[in-house]
Design a protein. Structure first.
Length: 78
């Protein structure tokens, strides 16, 4: 089970985050929400959230990324 202890260290604070203990670098989050997710350049932990969504459209984009993540590594704080 993912928890906030598994947060990728490069995630910015906010609602969405990637649990690096689950991320398998599928890059689907970058496909669905390229303005919000990136792949760790050091390739140590997989993807991370570099920009939190601010509009309903951006939240929907991040939700699509979460729904499309094969590893179910994208989480929402709360």
């Amino acid at each position: 089970m993912a928890d906030q202890d598994g947060k990728h260290p490069l995630n910015v604070d906010g609602g969405f985050y990637v649990d690096h203990s689950l991320c398998a670098n599928h890059e689907s989050c970058v496909y669905f929400a390229p303005n919000h997710f990136r792949i760790d350049p050091g390739d140590h932990y997989g993807a991370y959230v570099f920009n939190q969504p601010n509009t309903p459209e951006e939240v929907a984009e991040c939700q699509r990324a979460m729904d499309g993540c094969p590893a179910k590594a994208i989480r929402i704080n709360g």
